[in-house]
Design a binder for this molecule. Structure first.
Ligand SMILES: [Zn+2]
Length: 446
């Protein structure tokens, strides 16, 4: 393989994608879908472009293979908003400076959209026969909350394009260190979402005459109770395998502490004593349990009027294994019986197998491409397109993996959704090489 040529080609695709403003809302992902479809057509492939409504574009293409369960390379082409004045280089410029490609989406996730396109084209050009169908999908609307103009919409309206048992997408792959050993997390799980309103009701009245039935006061008690609570531990299988995988590469004392993290009695002590990055500790504390963050409030409209109603919005996240019912039974005793709970959004937590053929292929390939590092399954507090797929197709195994090696002192991953998002060309090539190996091996080539 001429990897230098591949590097230049995939870099060009990423630059072009970054120059398309697909900020969601409104999205305009049709720009990316048409661009990618043009490339696929020039190569003799037969892409299909669909739109749920004007501007919201999805593109898929398929290479026919044998009878093994199909694999889809999935990426979203929408990006989150920017504040252009805070960027060093234009967020929709696709400019290259000092070995980095700059722009909104360079890490989330036009880099992987470009790398997956490259891998798909390479396999097509080689004309080799695959043991399974390989699908490429660049879809709309991952970034906007409940949004459903992308892969979920395709599953509802064009399932023949995207209904497959194995999916590779974003959400995992940046390396991290614990006690001198280096790891890559392949994302296998994500927390669920439970967004709700708490409504307190009371007696209206004049501000000059307080009474004991003030909706604002009642709501404040409930919000304060949520803020003060540390919810119980709900250890998951994914976290267990994650911590065991890290523990295997540590000295005996650290390994013991890592295994204590899942023990409700010892978890906090263990987390405080472990030689872990503060960010990892913070994320583990959230991953171990359901969480609640009150984020918005609404009550009253005049300083001298006691309102009859007060509302708080709460962003709740569910640990694997939890349901809407178990979550509610956990928070109800905290907020009391008087508060009405209105559910605005629920999507269950997800856990894919850390022992499927695709996961094992990721592990095997990384053992060759980066023998010093170990792959562990990852759970994330946020969501990916898996949230649109698994609730519709519970048997689908969705993995997040685009490897990224951060040089010491560099913090590219923290630029996701921030200013100055950029990816190094070196990592774009590394990710493309790894994805190429994973896909070709999983599809029975070499
Ligand atoms: Zn993303």
């Amino acid at each position: 393989m001429d990897w230098e040529a591949v590097r230049d080609e995939v870099t060009g695709y990423l630059q072009d994608l970054l120059r398309q403003d697909t900020t969601n809302p409104p999205g305009n992902e049709i720009l990316a879908a048409d661009y990618i479809a043009g490339i696929l057509r020039r190569e003799g492939l037969d892409p299909v472009v669909t739109s749920s409504e004007p501007g919201r574009g999805n593109v898929t293409a398929r290479i026919q293979g044998g009878a093994e369960p199909a694999l889809m390379l999935l990426g979203h082409t929408d990006v989150v908003a920017v504040e252009p004045e805070k960027w060093t280089h234009p967020p929709f410029g696709g400019e290259i400076h000092d070995g980095y490609i700059w722009g909104r989406g360079a890490l989330d996730m036009k880099n992987m959209v470009a790398a997956e396109l490259m891998v798909f084209l390479l396999l097509h050009r080689q004309g080799v026969s695959l043991n399974r169908d390989l699908i490429y999908a660049a879809t709309a609307d991952e970034e906007a909350g409940k949004g459903n103009h992308g892969v979920g919409w395709l599953l509802d309206h064009h399932p023949e394009q995207v209904d497959v048992p194995f999916v590779l997408t974003e959400g995992g792959g940046s390396d991290f260190k614990v006690g001198g050993a280096r790891f890559f997390a392949c994302q296998t799980g994500q927390k669920g979402i439970f967004r709700f309103r708490m409504v307190a009701r009371g007696r209206p009245g004049h501000g000059s005459q307080p009474h004991g039935d003030n909706a604002v006061v009642k709501l404040s008690r409930a919000v304060a109770a949520l803020g003060a609570a540390t919810l119980s531990l709900h250890p998951s299988k994914t976290l267990k395998v994650f911590l065991d995988g890290i523990a295997d590469k540590q000295d005996a004392e650290t390994a013991k502490l890592l295994r204590m993290v899942l023990d409700p009695e010892q978890s906090d002590t263990a987390l405080a004593s472990l030689p872990l990055d503060a960010k990892l500790v913070k994320s583990l504390q959230s991953l171990l349990r359901n969480t609640v963050s009150p984020t918005m409030l609404d009550a009253g409209s005049k300083i001298n009027v006691i309102p009859a109603e007060a509302t708080a919005w709460v962003d709740g996240r569910l640990a694997p294994g939890q349901t809407d019912e178990s979550f509610l039974s956990e928070i109800r005793p905290l907020i009391g019986e008087d508060i009405e709970v209105i559910v605005d959004q629920y999507s269950p937590p997800l856990e894919a197998s850390a022992d499927s053929p695709l996961y094992r292929t990721v592990v095997e390939v990384m053992a060759e491409r980066d023998p010093e590092a170990t792959v562990v399954p990852g759970l994330m507090t946020g969501g990916t397109d898996a949230k649109h797929i698994v609730p519709r197709r519970p048997d689908t195994q969705v993995y997040g993996f685009m490897p990224y090696r951060q040089a010491p002192g560099e913090e590219e991953m923290s630029l996701i959704h921030g200013h100055d998002e950029r990816t190094s060309i070196e990592n774009l090539l590394f990710g493309t090489q790894v994805l190429y190996d994973i896909v070709s091996r999983f599809c029975g080539v070499a």
